[in-house]
Design a protein around this ligand. Structure first.
Ligand SMILES: CC(C)(COP(=O)(O)OP(=O)(O)OC[C@H]1O[C@@H](n2cnc3c(N)ncnc32)[C@H](O)[C@@H]1OP(=O)(O)O)[C@@H](O)C(=O)NCCC(=O)NCCS
Length: 181
């Protein structure tokens, strides 16, 4: 789905949150690789499961056409610095749910971008009949988990030893959900 653009100004930084457009595909392809390399909080190591520009164009088109998907970007002037996606499910028995994912460039952390992407996604979900939003987050990613709790997500379960990181240790993943009741 496509939603209207929203302007923000946080600590002197002006940015907009808007639906991804086909012209963003090239930047998004590069941005995703950069964000994947900045922390170990995402699922991929840098460069893994690469999505090229045509791949992003297909994703943006499909998300724009689907009433159960929402692909948002945060833009500082013409530069895309963050993105989020809500992905619905084709199966009727899961049609009330969407899965949320987000990434913000490290240089732009702490300016409310992650929070405003999630708030905008929640507003969209709540006003479009979506009853449950789900996400997964590494147990050690306290900043993200804190943000999710603050915006109404609760922990539904823990996946033990879900990931192995570069230190050779195993890490748990929290499964979180937010209910629109
Ligand atoms: C996690 C992430 C999405 C947060 O985005 P952000 O734009 O940096 O965060 P915001 O400025 O919107 O802050 C949102 C909330 O995070 C929490 N937060 C921010 N900094 C924090 C810190 N140092 N310690 C604890 N909580 C913190 C607060 O709850 C804050 O809300 P507040 O501003 O009302 O206090 C972003 O840092 C990121 O993309 N990190 C790398 C990839 C990642 O972890 N993705 C999520 C995978 S589940």
């Amino acid at each position: 789905m496509i939603i209207a653009e929203r302007p923000f100004n946080v600590n002197g930084l002006s940015y907009t949150i808007r639906s991804a457009a086909l012209r963003d595909a090239e930047q998004l392809s590069r941005l995703r690789v950069q964000i994947d390399g900045e922390t170990e909080n995402m699922d991929r190591e840098q460069g893994e499961a690469f999505i090229d520009t045509p791949g992003f164009e297909r994703l943006i088109q499909a998300d724009s056409d689907s009433p159960r998907n929402l692909f948002l970007v945060a833009a500082v002037e013409d530069r895309i610095v963050a993105f989020s996606r809500c992905e619905g499910n084709q199966l009727i028995r899961f049609s009330h749910k969407v899965e949320f994912g987000v990434g913000v460039l490290k240089e732009f952390w702490g300016r409310g971008i992650g929070k405003n992407l999630l708030k905008t996604s929640i507003d969209w979900a709540d006003s479009n009949g979506i009853k449950k939003m789900t996400l997964t987050v590494l147990e050690t990613n306290e900043k993200a988990a804190q943000l999710y709790r603050k915006l109404g997500f609760e922990i539904e379960g823990v996946l033990k030893k879900d990931k192995i990181l570069s230190d050779g240790s195993y890490y748990n993943t929290l499964m979180m959900g937010r209910f629109n009741e």
